[in-house]
Design a protein. Structure first.
Length: 446
């Protein structure tokens, strides 16, 4: 097979940037011909996998396009076969609760292009933002936030922490970029498009549209509000249930936080160190096969549902996901200021995340389903199949039961009425084409 070209893959797809600032611009196409010319002018600025980021360029730029964006940019005479080639889960809007309200400013279906800027300094980010807006001829910026900065901005809190206090960006599925047979690494087709195989299927499979998407990836863009105050208050309220003579109240509070996440706040996995944080284990590999009852890591802890690792799957579920599992490649930064204390200050804060994969249905939507209902593994108690991720689940899912059980000291402590800790402001399903695909889209003439 022809291997992926590093000078064709957008950099954000293949690697984490580790830049402290990001800004995400949402555009609708006004005049298609002028918008394509604008897109052509941006192509030399697109950050690619082959770019040397050790030189720390001041500005990194990437571009995603929605299904409606493809339809708006590409003249209808060239677009007639696209619906047959692209998967339905990309063409259809996400479910209403996942789609979000975009703070009431517009609908996700109006978003045609997303431009992601990452910078090292606020001065550089503001300068790049002015230049981008000044060059966006033929495009209409959709503004989810009030002035002075209407785009979605995100900034590091330091030490890779998110608003619930946990370290993020610890693990990344290792990719078999050379497509070497027998490799233990994840098949590259789980991330990149244009290389369909019977074992790992992605679409478009072949023809002109497969060439357009080659070396690209699907990206689920999510703007997620985190109720940091509610999370901290929940810990305070329930910590006494886990306190003991050897576990004082403050330690019990952190113990509960770790049990809900599946990691201590410093990233230590409970699977390796269930009683206290151990920084030496943060980057070590682990599984759950030797913890089927969730004694160390509860069955509905976030990281256990979002990445079951070696946990067995029900046969029907196993047949519907890639051999490597429903893997995603995560990119993101928090937005909003850090909460001080645990009183709600009324400030909007959360996470801006991009989740890349080769098959939205088998990977992204599968993981969202697992987070919202714990019914995919024979490990789960059949009486608790409607229980959910303790942190990230949508409590409004039909039939969901917002409960959890945490084994401790030879018994179970049940948590009831789990709050809605994470709310979706908006979700977009995007295609991040390779540079050649972006060039084809931008160069089509009516």
């Amino acid at each position: 097979m022809t291997l992926p070209r590093r000078d064709n893959v957008q950099g954000l797809v293949a690697q984490r940037y580790h830049y402290p600032l990001a800004r995400h611009f949402l555009f609708a196409v006004g005049d298609a011909a002028i918008a394509r010319a604008t897109l052509r002018s941006w192509l030399p600025q697109v950050t690619l996998w082959s770019d040397d980021l050790t030189r720390r360029p001041e500005r990194l730029l990437n571009i995603g396009v929605s299904w409606n964006g493809l339809a708006a940019l590409i003249p209808s005479g060239h677009f007639t076969s696209a619906a047959e080639a692209f998967p339905r889960e990309f063409r259809d809007p996400p479910p209403a609760r996942m789609a979000g309200q975009w703070k009431g400013q517009f609908s996700g279906g109006q978003v045609h292009l997303v431009v992601n800027l990452h910078c090292r300094t606020l001065e550089a980010l503001d300068t790049a933002s002015r230049m981008l807006r000044g060059a966006a001829a033929g495009l209409i910026e959709l503004k989810p936030n009030p002035a002075p900065e209407p785009a979605i901005s995100a900034a590091s809190l330091g030490n890779r922490r998110l608003h619930f206090g946990f370290v993020d960006g610890i693990s990344e599925p290792p990719v078999n970029w050379d497509d070497a047979p027998g490799s233990d690494l994840v098949d590259l087709r789980n991330l990149l498009l244009g290389y369909w195989s019977p074992a790992v299927q992605s679409f478009p499979r072949d023809g002109v549209w497969a060439e357009v998407v080659r070396d690209g990836s699907y990206g689920a863009f999510q703007w997620l509000r985190q109720d940091a105050a509610g999370f901290e208050q929940f810990l305070t309220t329930n910590a006494p249930l886990f306190a003991s003579a050897t576990r004082p109240l403050n330690a019990a509070r952190e113990f509960l936080a770790a049990k809900m996440m599946g990691r201590w706040r410093d990233g230590t996995p409970l699977a390796l160190s269930p009683e206290v944080p151990d920084p030496t284990t943060v980057d070590r590999s682990f599984g759950y096969a030797d913890d089927p009852g969730g004694q160390r890591c509860p069955l509905t802890a976030h990281v256990r549902l979002a990445n079951p690792r070696d946990q067995p799957l029900n046969p029907l579920v196993a047949a519907s996901v890639p051999a490597a599992g429903a893997q995603l490649w995560r990119r993101g930064l928090p937005y909003g200021p850090e909460l001080i204390g645990e009183e709600d200050d009324g400030v909007d804060r959360g996470l801006v995340g991009l989740f890349f994969c080769g098959n939205l249905q088998a990977q992204f939507f599968t993981l969202m389903n697992w987070i919202n209902k714990a019914d995919f593994s024979p490990t789960f108690d059949f009486r608790r199949l409607r229980w959910q991720d303790m942190i990230a689940a949508d409590r409004g899912v039909l039939g969901a039961v917002p409960k959890a059980a945490i084994p401790i000291d030879g018994k179970e402590v049940e948590l009831s009425a789990l709050p809605q800790f994470v709310t979706v402001h908006g979700t977009l399903l995007l295609l991040y084409p390779g540079l050649s695909g972006l060039t084809q889209i931008a160069s089509i003439e009516a």
